[in-house]
Design a protein around this ligand. Structure first.
Ligand code: NAP
Ligand code: MG
Length: 401
């Protein structure tokens, strides 16, 4: 059979450790035999980031702006231990942080739902996607320990020097204080990324904050979302048969627990941090979470939500067998290939992405899976495969579809 042709390259961002090993096997077994794969390759492995003074990360983000679609392998975010391990010139920043800042994007995380890996919440039947605003609030705060009596004020000094003051608290004894901020630009980008992604995936969008208590800060988020929705997206949502609604965060939590899934839940930075961990662990496994960065201009970068699976890599280096789950990394590829196909009008490529996802899910549902899933599955007597066997079994099933 002829291989599927591609017209525009995907931006391919290679990564580190165990996921780098999986990356290569996935390409060899599941992609290259079927697709005339066109990628513009960027090696974001830590060694090469160090050699290029992290320029490669910046280049890969610029390439994503040029071509529109990227697929990324998990990468190491350096810490003190990595400085010695890789003999680094500098403690390079998280590539995800750099790329997210350059694309001004929002990260959407969604679980891959399969029969046999059942969510703790019984009524959840479809994925719940969390969109987290990744700028500001408590993550860029300024804090003070207040040693004793005195007052704390918020002071805004305009460029012409005029001051506006708000009393935070008149302290009669010791305490603490915190200043946080956000920017309308950033909230607007967040809103547009959410509305675009909702239309793209034909899922309704929920947004929740605590605007009854935070009448200016949270209320601004609510107003910006509503203004942009009314002016730019309302008709398209009606046409697509999906809805946007705003509610209080407490109400959203209650509704989410009773819902069956199949929607996007947009969260402020802190809520998104907490709720995405809750949703992913309730759905079963971090190894089954996908992640996509969507920019307000409609650039997409797909990846797995998990890291480089360092512990498995060290076993691999010692020559021991590993059983590392490649599902989220495979779905990063299928997400990117499908989007590339959509943008290029390449139906064959979209069909292939669909087929590869089906084959992956069918493999698990047939009882063949990696160790992490075997530990939590409701399927009786699962067969545990090693990292490579699992991918090869997906290929066997793919050949039958
Ligand atoms: P991790 O790679 O997500 O792995 C943590 C643990 O979760 C693993 O040790 C493993 O548990 C389990 N796990 C995660 N993914 C799995 C998979 N695909 N298959 C089977 N088990 C899986 O997190 P980490 O070990 O804390 O971080 C390692 C490196 O990844 C760090 O350098 C960090 O900076 C980086 N990181 C990168 C990204 C990214 O690029 N998006 C995200 C997070 C972390 P067991 O060992 O119990 O089997
Ligand atoms: Mg967290």
């Amino acid at each position: 059979m002829d291989k599927i042709k591609m017209t525009t390259p995907l931006v391919e961002m290679d990564g580190d450790e165990m996921t780098r090993i999986l990356w290569k096997i996935i390409k060899e077994e599941l992609l290259l035999p079927y697709i005339d794969l066109k990628t513009e390759y960027y090696d974001l492995g830590l060694e090469h980031r160090n050699e290029t003074n992290d320029q490669v990360t910046i280049d890969s983000a610029n390439a994503t702006k040029k071509y529109g679609v990227a697929v990324k392998c998990a990468t190491i975010t350096p810490n003190a231990a990595r400085m010695t391990e890789y003999n680094l010139k500098e403690m390079w920043k998280s590539p995800n942080g750099t790329i997210r800042a350059m694309l001004d994007g929002t990260v959407f995380r969604a679980p891959i739902v399969v029969k046999g890996i059942e969510p703790c919440v019984k009524n959840w039947k479809k994925p719940i996607t969390i969109a987290r605003h990744a700028y500001g609030d408590v993550y860029k705060n300024t804090e003070m320990v207040i040693p004793g009596p005195g007052k704390v004020e918020l002071v805004y000094t305009a460029e012409d020097g005029t001051e506006t003051r708000e009393l935070v608290h008149q302290y009669k004894s010791a305490g603490v204080a915190q200043g946080i901020h956000n920017l309308n630009n950033s909230i607007e980008s967040f809103a547009r990324s959410c509305f675009n992604y909702a239309l793209d995936t034909k899922q309704s969008l929920w947004f929740a904050t605590k605007d009854t208590i935070s009448k200016k800060y949270d209320h601004t988020f609510k107003d910006i979302f509503q203004e942009i929705f009314d002016a730019e997206y309302k008709e398209a949502f009606e046409k697509a048969g999906i809805e946007y609604f705003y509610t209080l965060i407490d109400d959203a939590v209650a509704r989410v627990m009773k819902a069956e899934g199949g929607f996007i839940w947009a969260c402020k930075n802190y809520d998104g941090d907490v709720m995405s961990d809750m949703v992913s662990s309730a759905f079963g496994s971090l190894a089954m979470m996908t992640s996509v960065l969507v920019s307000p201009q409609g650039y997409y970068e797909y990846e797995a939500a998990h890291g480089t699976v360092q512990r498995h890599y060290y076993k691999h280096l010692k020559g021991e067998e590993t059983s590392t789950n490649s599902v989220a990394t495979i779905f990063a590829w299928t997400g990117a290939l499908r989007k590339r196909g959509e943008l290029d009008g390449n139906q064959e490529l979209m069909d292939f992405a669909e087929k590869l996802e089906k084959a992956t899910i069918a493999t698990i549902e047939s009882g063949k899976m990696t160790k992490d899933l075997a530990l939590i599955t409701t399927i009786e007597n699962p067969v545990v495969l090693n990292s490579e066997e699992f991918i090869k079994e997906i290929r066997n099933i793919l050949e039958t579809l």
